[in-house]
Design a protein around this ligand. Structure first.
Ligand SMILES: Nc1nc2c(c(=O)[nH]1)N[C@H]1C(S)=C(S)[C@@H](COP(=O)(O)O)O[C@H]1N2
Ligand SMILES: [Mo]
Length: 524
């Protein structure tokens, strides 16, 4: 058995070598593209292969921070892998090399199997492998020069008492050199890693996005009626910065509009390819549409309302003429994500948009720049394809979009929901008159009634604020004479078909949560 201090040093060498390797790979990925970074590629592979429930758990626990959590987790896993590789180098350099090769191979496979990856996507992983091998070799050699003396056996005071043995000064020097080596490798990893991220960010499409001039809509944007905002409810329009973001992209695709194309093909009479210039010349309309994520829990905030500017999808479909059997419209993004919407829904007259604008600005990169789909009444996972580059008319029996084999329904109409925004769950308020307020949504059907119940009391109608269409959420408020004690407030909505939101609680999978939102408040 090698002494404990030597094992520790070897583990440290392994981790430092992995850090230097990953940093170098990030730097190379500035040129070969963000998703060729082994770290992001492996993370993305995890996203695509973990079972649905694990991912639901990730979204439930980390919400929109799920990506940071995933990257942190991947880094921790890597450290737990790198440490034993470093230790292996103590006994057998071959074994350590095998470990590094496996690490390189995983990165390679992950990067090369990304959608639309070319061979250059493998370069960062190979560079990482070479850097890992060289760094580990150097650090192992340095570590060996410290191991020759009793100092290596772990007395930390030994260096300060160089008189205790003749070879101590040189061992202490060796140890210092090793620590400097580890520090240098780690620092190189951090500098190249962070530098790579920053440089990569500069290569992003922010400049191209800033240069986009949105065309005016052919009809003026709908005017928001006065009183649309109920006091105490979430802002009726969700700002771009506040809008929830959910997708599988660890790094949003960076698409330069000048090279962007949308191909509409499959079971159609007249296939069509649109360039950015051609798209901009088409008549556009502006519509408020409330998007909702199927992963939104009852009372959750994966829902937002924005003014979208875009080309009506129905007009594009009239042009390409889908064959009657083509019951599914599959949208595909630049990074290979897919979703499938019923063709009939897109042609039933609703304002489904191929959108390029969000609240008067070009789409933010995280929300699909340069173009995305927005379909009133369908959950995002079956309709709202961001970074869209392809529309294929096909049949539900012929193609399963991304989330379907992962346990989600092929059909995803939005369920009627209502949420209490004020008061917040678990808060305390004063006795007397006060407001209960929130939002309710039943896109494309519309909300006609919202009712409130306090404790076991009667259901009472809340007052509904006006809204612009059945495609947006509506705000509601209710005057509550709060009496001292602990109270539970419940909300439920009814849609324009007369269908009341069900009280039955179901989980988000496979097609959206149901149940009534409630909050508990203490009145003093
Ligand atoms: N390319 C791509 N588009 C996507 C997704 C995705 O993972 N990749 N996720 C969808 C889901 S599940 C939702 S709820 C909406 C969310 O849109 P937002 O991030 O703009 O709010 O985008 C949809 N579009
Ligand atoms: Mo979603």
């Amino acid at each position: 058995m090698p002494p404990r201090a030597a094992v520790l040093r070897a583990a440290l060498a392994g981790i430092a070598a992995a850090g230097a390797a990953l940093g170098a790979a990030e730097l190379v990925a500035v040129w070969t593209g963000p998703m060729s970074s082994p770290l992001l590629a492996v993370g993305a592979l995890v996203v695509d292969t973990v079972p649905g429930p694990v991912k639901d758990f990730g979204i439930a626990v980390f919400g929109t921070h799920d990506k940071t959590a995933l990257i942190t987790g991947t880094l921790l896993l890597l450290a737990t892998y790198a440490a034993p590789v470093g230790i292996a180098a103590l006994r057998s350099w071959r074994l350590a090399l095998a470990g590094i090769t496996l690490f390189t191979a995983i990165g390679l496979v992950a990067a090369l199997t990304r959608h639309a990856a070319d061979l250059t996507a493998g370069i960062p992983s190979i560079v990482a492998g070479v850097v890992a091998a060289i760094t580990l070799r150097l650090l192992t050699t340095l570590a060996a020069s410290t191991a020759a003396s009793p100092v290596a056996l772990g007395s930390s005071h030994a260096a300060e008492t160089p008189m205790s043995a003749p070879d101590l000064p040189s061992a202490a020097r060796g140890r210092r050199r090793f620590l400097i080596g580890v520090g240098a490798a780690a620092a190189a990893g951090i500098v190249t890693g962070v530098g790579g991220r920053l440089l990569g960010g500069r290569r992003a499409v922010t400049a191209a996005r800033a240069a986009v001039v949105l065309p005016p809509p052919v009809q003026p944007a709908p005017t928001i009626p006065p009183g649309v905002q109920a006091e105490g409810a979430t802002a009726w329009v969700t700002s771009n910065a506040e809008f929830y973001r959910i997708d599988t992209a660890l790094y949003p695709p960076q698409i330069d509009p000048s090279t962007w194309q949308l191909r509409i093909h499959g079971m159609v009479r007249n296939p069509l390819t649109l360039t950015w210039e051609q798209l901009l010349r088409r008549p556009m309309i502006a519509r408020y549409v409330t998007l909702a994520c199927v992963s939104n829990e009852v009372g959750g905030n994966l829902v937002g309302n924005a003014l979208w500017l875009g080309v009506p999808v129905r007009e594009l479909l009239d042009e390409v003429q889908p064959l009657p059997e083509a019951d599914q419209l599959v949208s595909r993004s630049a990074d290979g994500w897919t979703c499938g919407s019923p063709t009939a829904v897109l042609r039933d007259g609703r304002d489904a948009l191929l959108a390029i604008g969000m609240n008067g600005r070009p789409l933010p990169v995280g929300h699909g720049f340069p173009a995305r789909m927005v379909v009133p009444g369908l959950y995002g996972y079956v309709s709202a394809c961001k970074w869209i580059t392809e529309i294929e008319l096909t049949r539900f029996t012929d193609f399963d979009a991304y989330w379907v084999p992962r346990g989600w329904s092929a059909q995803g109409p939005i369920k009627t929901q209502s949420r209490i925004d004020t008061p917040r769950d678990g808060t305390t308020r004063k006795a007397g008159a006060g407001t209960v307020a929130g939002v309710a949504w039943a896109q494309h059907r519309g909300v006609t009634r919202v009712e409130i119940q306090v404790d076991a009391g009667p259901w009472t109608e809340a007052s509904l604020a006006p809204t612009v269409s059945a495609d947006t959420w509506v705000q509601w408020s209710y005057r509550w004479e709060a009496t001292r004690g602990s109270h539970t407030i419940r909300v439920r909505a009814t849609d324009a078909d007369g269908e009341m939101q069900t009280s039955q609680q179901t989980p988000v999978a496979p097609n959206g949560a149901t149940g009534w939102h409630s909050v508990r408040v203490t009145v003093e």
